[in-house]
Design a protein around this ligand. Structure first.
Ligand code: ZN
Length: 116
């Protein structure tokens, strides 16, 4: 499931259902279980995240960039690779991670780009 903001009630960090038009373009997000349902809010513990490093590994064609993120999570070292859209910079990636409350949110920053 995807966490994002709802275009109907404007809540942030809720599970959403994506709506597409008939051409497959994304148009709107809506709370997955319907607005006002508490199940939309992820029940995940907060972790203390300290960013240790944000390194760009490489660019994948011209569509995306891959990053290696090293954090301290509740005092323990943790790392992941994130695939993000092209055009992200070290400071924009750092800002995205600073908004995350736990490592699950960090991993959900991944943008899976389909080549078809
Ligand atoms: Zn909503």
């Amino acid at each position: 499931m995807i966490l994002s903001s709802c275009d109907f009630c404007e809540r942030k960090n809720v599970f959403i259902r994506e709506h597409f038009d008939k051409w497959g373009d994304h148009i709107l997000n809506q709370c997955f279980y319907g607005c006002d349902d508490p199940k939309n809010i992820p029940n995940e513990p907060e972790e203390t995240l300290i960013i240790k490093s944000v390194e760009k590994v490489h660019s994948i064609l011209c569509y995306s960039t891959e990053w290696r993120i090293t954090l301290s999570v509740n005092g323990r070292s943790w790392w992941t690779r994130l695939q993000l859209l092209n055009g992200e910079t070290e400071s924009s990636v750092t800002k995205m991670i600073q908004k995350c409350r736990n490592t699950k949110e960090v991993e959900r920053l991944n943008k899976h780009i389909k080549f078809d």
